[in-house]
Design a protein around this ligand. Structure first.
Ligand code: ADP
Ligand code: MG
Length: 359
C-alpha cells in the first residue's frame, strides 16, 4: 500500500505545539507535503526561528509518520519559521514584535539582559533590532563595541533615513550615537520621546522579527511617555533578588498594567540570581537569597523567564563589547540562550491569543 498525503496530514494531527496546545495541522503549520513511495517530506512552519522546541517537534513529526502511517517510511522534515505577529498600525510595519526591557531600578543589569537577549535571538536566525532609549546611561555603544560608529543616512524616495549600525547580527541605534556620551545632558521627557520617535520612524530598519527596546530604569512620567510611544507586543522586567529591587520591579510591572498603558508583561528576569566563581563554575552561592525572583513572579502570576548568574565574565564581556552569550557553551551563555527561548515562547503564546482590547 502506498502512502497518501492524507495519511501524512492525519498523522501530524497527533503532534501538538507544546506552547500553543493545538496540533500542527489545526495551527496551519504543515506545508508542502510530498510523498514518493516510502519517502515522505513536508515543511513545518514554526512561529519563531528561535523556537527552543524545534528539535523536539521535528522528532515528534518523524515518529508520528513512522507510528501512524508506515514503519518503513523515510521522513524528511524541513523546519522553517514565519514569526508570528499581531501588529497593526503605522509605526514600522516591517517589525513583527516590539519587546521592551525595563527595570524599576538602575544597575540591575537591564542593558546586559537586553544586549544578550538581542544577540541570542540573532544567533538563532531571527532578524533583530535593538534600540537603546536609556537617556540616563546609554550603554549599547560600549556593549556592542561600536563606540566610534556614527550611523549613516540613506535616501529613500526623497526622504532621508538613519541607517542602524550592525554588530553581532543585530541592528542597533542608541541615544548614545547622537550625543557625546560624556556630556551631561538633561534629557527632559519631550526630548527623550522625540529621540525615541526619531530612532523608530526616521530609521531604515527593514523587516525585523523582534525589536528590543532598552528603556531607562524607573516608572516616572518620562517612562510612561516612552512606553506609549512604542506599539509594544510585551515587556520584560529585570530585577535582582533583593527585596529593595523586587519592590521597584513590582512598580515596573504595575506601570505596564495601568489601563492607559495596557502592555502585557511577558515575564520577570532575575539577574545576579547567584554568584559563580570562575574557578568553580559548578558552584552556586545565593548571596542575595534564594528564589526571590521565582516567588515574586509567582505572586504576580507572571512567568519567570530566566535566572542569570552573577559572574565576572558577564561584566567583563559587557565592558569589552562582546556579549557573553557569544561564548555559546558556557553556563552563563546558556542562561541567556534559555532566557531568549522563554521570551520568544511567551511572545508566540501572546500572538496566538485574541488581542486584548485596548482600554
Ligand atoms: N549577571 C551579571 N554578572 C556580572 N556582572 C553583571 C551582571 N549583570 C550586569 N552586570 C554588570 O553590572 C553593571 C550594570 O549592568 P547594566 O546592564 O548596565 O545595568 P542597567 O542597564 O540595569 O543599569 C555592568 O557593569 C554590568 O556589566
Ligand atoms: Mg542600562
Amino acid at each position: 500500500m502506498s502512502i497518501t498525503k492524507e495519511q501524512v496530514i492525519d498523522a501530524l494531527r497527533n503532534v501538538d505545539d507544546p506552547d500553543l496546545k493545538k496540533d500542527l495541522v489545526t495551527l496551519n503549520m504543515v506545508k508542502d507535503v510530498e510523498v514518493n513511495g516510502k519517502n515522505v517530506s513536508f515543511t513545518v512552519v514554526l512561529t519563531t526561528p528561535a523556537c527552543p522546541m524545534k528539535d523536539m517537534i521535528k522528532r515528534a513529526c518523524e515518529n508520528a509518520i513512522v507510528y501512524y502511517v508506515d514503519k518503513d517510511a523515510v521522513v524528511n522534515v524541513n523546519m522553517t519559521a514565519n514569526t508570528s505577529s499581531q501588529r497593526t498600525g503605522p509605526v514600522l510595519p516591517g517589525v513583527k514584535n516590539f519587546i521592551a526591557v525595563s527595570s524599576g531600578k538602575g544597575g540591575v543589569g537591564k542593558s546586559t539582559v537586553a544586549a544578550n537577549l538581542a544577540v541570542a535571538l540573532a544567533m538563532q536566525g531571527a532578524k533583530v533590532g535593538l534600540i537603546d532609549a536609556d537617556i540616563y546611561g546609554p550603554s549599547v555603544p560600549i556593549m556592542f563595541d561600536v563606540m566610534e560608529e556614527k550611523p549613516m543616512m540613506r535616501d529613500i524616495d526623497g526622504k532621508s533615513y538613519i541607517v542602524p549600525v550592525e554588530s553581532y547580527g543585530v541592528k542597533l541605534l542608541s541615544i548614545g550615537f547622537f550625543s557625546d556620551i560624556n556630556a551631561a545632558i538633561v534629557w527632559r521627557g519631550p526630548v527623550a520621546v522625540r529621540a525615541l520617535n526619531q530612532m523608530l520612524s526616521e530609521a531604515d530598519w527593514g523587516d525585523l522579527d523582534y525589536m528590543i527596546i532598552d528603556l531607562p530604569p524607573g516608572t516616572g512620567d518620562i517612562h510612561l511617555s516612552l512606553v506609549t510611544a512604542v506599539p509594544l507586543t510585551g515587556a520584560i522586567v529585570v530585577t535582582t533578588p533583593q527585596n529593595v529591587a523586587l519592590a521597584d520591579a513590582r512598580k515596573g510591572v504595575s506601570m505596564f498594567q495601568l489601563p492607559q498603558i495596557n502592555v502585557p508583561v511577558l515575564g520577570i528576569v532575575e539577574n545576579m540570581s547567584y554568584f559563580t566563581p570562575a574557578e568553580l563554575p559548578e558552584n552556586k552561592y545565593y548571596i542575595f537569597g534564594r528564589n526571590g525572583g521565582a516567588n515574586f513572579a509567582e505572586s504576580l502570576q507572571i512567568p519567570l523567564l530566566g535566572e542569570i548568574p552573577l559572574v565576572q565574565s558577564i561584566c567583563e564581556s559587557g565592558d569589552a563589547g562582546r556579549p557573553v552569550v557569544l561564548q555559546k557553551t558556557t553556563p552563563q551563555a546558556k542562561a541567556f540562550l534559555d532566557l531568549a527561548g522563554n521570551v520568544v515562547r511567551q511572545v508566540a503564546i501572546r500572538n496566538s491569543q485574541p488581542k486584548a482590547s485596548v482600554v
